[in-house]
Design a protein. Structure first.
Length: 144
């Protein structure tokens, strides 16, 4: 399984909002500039994230986008699911035939991998990502 640009860029969009949580709303063009992602592409990501209850928006001169809840309460799984869909390594099938027992054994393994992948995504919050970003920024400042 490969995470698409929707999942990767959506995570970056959400991290940018998390870094500004409680400070101010961000315009989409600011996020596009900060993240090096086209504004047009970000427009496609906003709707599913808003529908998932992760982003609020305000229109007008003082408007923009912000997280709908604190970064520590948003998991990576909550971000990726609305953008990528179900996170399974295999498709579930109700068509069971005894001749394919080896297929079922391997499917069980892939289902286990899918579950572990979901557990990892659900264990990482935007708050933790903000902490990591802040540490990396301090390291870069020290090196430069």
């Amino acid at each position: 399984m490969k995470l698409s640009t929707k999942g990767k860029y959506g995570t970056r969009l959400m991290l940018d909002l998390a870094l500004n949580y409680g400070k101010r709303q961000l315009l989409l063009k600011e996020i596009a500039s900060n993240q090096g992602i086209s504004e047009k592409y970000l427009w496609q990501l906003i709707s599913p994230l808003k529908n998932a209850g992760l982003i609020n928006s305000t229109r007008g001169t003082q408007g923009g986008y912000e997280l709908a809840k604190p970064p520590k309460s948003i998991t990576l799984e909550e971000i990726v699911l609305p953008l990528e869909g179900p996170l399974n390594f295999i498709e579930n099938s109700d068509d069971i035939k005894a001749d394919y027992i080896l297929t079922f054994v391997t499917n069980e393994i892939w289902e286990d991998v899918s579950e572990k992948f979901k557990k990892v995504l659900s264990s990482i919050t935007l708050g933790q990502m903000v902490e990591r970003q802040m540490k990396q920024s301090k390291i870069l400042e020290y090196v430069i």
